[in-house]
Write a protein that binds this ligand. Structure first.
Ligand code: HEC
Ligand code: HEC
Length: 63
């Protein structure tokens, strides 16, 4: 079928394709009552830190 790397988009993550955001986000809304599916990072990720230095969680992961 001549399928090779790149024939289909990689929908995991946010860099190669809209991925989860194809449905999650303000672009897609139900007709009634006009609700969107959440794009809140915390729905799919657990943010352990943003700018902290020497984070315990990172040390435990060997980072
Ligand atoms: C609907 C679920 C979902 C939401 C909402 C979401 N993400 Fe993700 N995110 C993912 C998935 C799935 C991956 C890929 C995980 C993997 O590769 O193991 C990912 C990967 C990432 C990565 C790693 C780089 C990449 O693109 O693979 C970063 C950084 C990231 N997300 C940041 C965010 C931020 C910031 C937000 C909020 C604006 C967000 N995400 C919202 C599902 C989501
Ligand atoms: C084809 C459309 C579609 C795609 C693509 C999609 N989702 Fe969803 N997702 C939904 C729908 C529909 C719901 C239910 C929304 C509701 O009940 O309000 C949902 C709900 C969720 C929820 C529960 C959110 C909450 O607050 O209860 C999580 C977590 C989730 N999706 C993760 C993901 C991840 C991770 C990806 C990408 C790997 C992804 N979804 C891609 C349609 C999609």
């Amino acid at each position: 079928m001549k399928i090779t790397w790149g024939s289909y988009p990689q929908h995991l993550g946010h860099t190669d394709s809209p991925g989860c955001f194809r449905c999650h986000g303000e672009e897609l809304k139900s007709k009634t009552p006009g609700k969107a599916i959440t794009q809140d990072c915390e729905a799919c990720h657990k943010v352990l830190g943003v700018e902290e230095k020497n984070m315990k969680a990172l040390q435990e992961l060997g980072g």
